[in-house]
Design a protein around this ligand. Structure first.
Ligand SMILES: [Zn+2]
Length: 415
């Protein structure tokens, strides 16, 4: 293993990322004080607030243990020459690039999944379980993993085999071929997800006739939204947390409300939540997200082609015979800094979109932000959310602005 520039770039990036994450968790922990934020005082008694914060504390401790474990395992595997040793084992048995690539990446993915399994188990049954958030049975947990594994083998394996073939046999424009292929598969999966993929994991049924259904239909008409169906999903199969989302394209849009959401929120709040989701569509956020994602994929596939045969990258991991599949894994590690920047930019864009969707919902509710503010308060309390994340944590992780900030701007108290 050569301690060249690439070796140090990857090591320093991984270590500083780990350090920044720890700092962010520490800063968020120090902000947990017993004082309920003024926006929640009327609805959240101090005992309730203490329970929300107890969950945040436990979740922070858990993520610290899980992240440290991941970090140490990766460094250990790297420094022990694991990437090179595994390649020697695979190359001795498989010579064709496609089976060799599938075995190499499949082996690493399987090992990584096996190592994270105890953490997923703990997070579901102990962490969420202890705080009353978990509804997953051991049977659902196991079935989810089995279905996820089958999908990963079929979809992930197929995609990887195609990538290897493109980069091996289509020459200088391999990245362009690969991009077109990945884009087509992504759009196709988005298209079939509501009817083929999601029913593998959840049950859906039409929202029964009644006041809520009428109110949502009226909202869709008022906002000129082509709503085809209103469905309820058994979110309670896994968690007590509530949520809502849209699926489908063009005139085939459906809104899906979690049964946990319908159970707990009064009609005006559910209308406001739906208005927020309609806001995402009306402001073009769904298309922006798809286009940004495809542009990122294109850039990554182009860079992959530039770096995948780069000698120093292989030397930094002690691999002496370069191959596409090993290059793919090492390139992924080399890319960590760029991925971080992309993630931060993506989160910032998402927070901006959330603010726009909140503003849209307020407008759609005749300028009244209260129903959505009430819904956000109830969601934060039921989901044991953290009301006081440190700004560093928000920048690093938050896809939504802090809930206190959203409530304040919905109720018109922005300075
Ligand atoms: Zn949103």
């Amino acid at each position: 293993m050569e301690h060249n520039a690439i070796f140090w770039i990857i090591l320093v990036t991984l270590a500083s990322h780990f350090a920044v994450e720890r700092l962010s968790a520490h800063l968020t922990r120090t902000r947990l004080t017993p004082k309920v934020p003024p926006e929640f005082e009327a609805v959240c008694p101090p005992e309730r607030y203490a329970r929300m914060q107890a969950y945040t504390r436990d979740a922070l401790r858990f993520s610290m243990v899980a992240a440290s474990f991941d970090f140490l395992v990766l460094l250990g595997f790297w420094f022990a020459g694991g990437f090179a040793a595994w390649e020697r084992i695979v190359a001795a048995r498989l010579t064709h690039p496609i089976p060799a690539g599938l075995a190499y990446l499949g082996g690493l993915a399987a090992a990584s999944a096996a190592l994270s399994l105890p953490f997923e188990w703990y997070s579901t049954f102990r962490l969420d379980g202890r705080h009353g958030l978990n509804r997953t049975t051991p049977r659902t947990f196991v079935l989810d993993r089995v279905k996820g594994l089958v999908l990963a083998v079929v979809l992930g394996g197929g995609l990887l085999a195609a990538l290897i073939a493109f980069y091996r046999w289509t020459g200088a424009f391999a990245w362009l071929w690969a991009w077109g292929f990945v884009a087509a598969v992504t759009l196709f999966l988005q298209y079939v997800a509501p009817t083929v993929l999601m029913p593998l994991f959840n049950r859906f049924w039409p929202l029964p006739e009644g006041g809520l259904r009428d109110a949502l239909t009226a909202l869709a008409r008022r906002t000129g939204f082509p709503l085809r169906e209103i469905l309820v999903m058994d979110g309670s199969r896994r968690s007590a947390r509530g949520n809502a989302f849209f699926t489908g394209f063009g005139s085939r849009k459906r809104i899906v409300l979690f049964d946990t959401l319908v159970e707990k929120h009064p009609t005006p709040e559910l209308v406001a939540i739906t208005a927020h989701e309609i806001g995402h569509h009306r402001r073009g956020h769904v298309w922006i997200g798809t286009v940004v994602g495809l542009a990122q994929t294109g850039a990554l596939l182009y860079l992959l082609q530039a770096f995948v045969g780069h000698g120093p990258l292989f030397a930094a991991f002690g691999v002496d015979s370069p191959s596409f599949h090993v290059g793919l894994v090492l390139f992924g590690l080399l890319l960590t800094p760029a991925q971080l920047v992309l993630r931060l930019a993506g989160n910032a864009l998402s927070r901006r979109h959330e603010r726009q969707a909140d503003a849209f919902a307020r407008e759609a509710m005749d300028g009244d932000g209260t129903p959505l503010a009430d819904a956000l308060r109830r969601l934060a309390m039921d989901n044991l959310g953290n009301l006081t994340p440190h700004p560093l944590t928000v920048v690093l992780h938050a896809s939504h602005p802090p809930v206190v900030e959203r409530v304040r701007s919905l109720e018109g108290k922005t300075p």
